[in-house]
Design a protein around this ligand. Structure first.
Ligand SMILES: [Zn+2]
Ligand SMILES: [Zn+2]
Length: 136
């Protein structure tokens, strides 16, 4: 079995594990949906294929479906007990797992940022990150 990275929601009811994230898997999204759904100014996500994403505590998970500005449908999952945002799933079977679920010091640096036009004046993009305006 390959090595995995494990994380959990705040209350511990939901655990997730993914393969050790490759260097190019971390992204930041500044879109207004991510802003509201995470409750902070940007979402940090690890991109993984749905089939390699493992979940425990499914009974604690609730979801909210939104149609993004791009027209894509996103399912946004969260813990019904503590409210932690967990992951997003797009219609192409890709999961974007919320990076904050994982322990400090375990994450690769962001390699892409989306919707940078929504940056606050005092926010800076990450050095070396590719800036994209719209999700592909
Ligand atoms: Zn929880
Ligand atoms: Zn977003």
């Amino acid at each position: 079995m390959s090595e995995t990275l494990s994380g959990s929601c705040l209350c511990g009811g939901v655990s997730v594990s993914i393969p050790i994230p490759p260097d190019d898997s971390m992204g930041v999204c500044h879109c207004t949906d991510c802003r509201k759904s995470t409750g902070t100014v940007a979402g940090y996500f690890l991109r993984v294929s749905t089939e390699s994403f493992h979940l425990d505590g499914k009974e604690h998970v609730k979801e909210f479906t939104v149609k993004a500005d791009t027209g894509n449908i996103y399912r946004r999952f969260f813990c019904r007990d503590c409210g932690s945002r967990l992951w997003d799933r797009d219609s192409k079977e890709t999961d974007y797992v919320c990076a904050g679920l994982f322990p400090p010091g375990t994450l690769p640096k962001p390699t892409y940022e989306q919707f940078v036009r929504h940056l606050e004046k005092w926010e800076k993009t990450h050095e070396g990150a590719k800036l994209v305006q719209v999700q592909s």
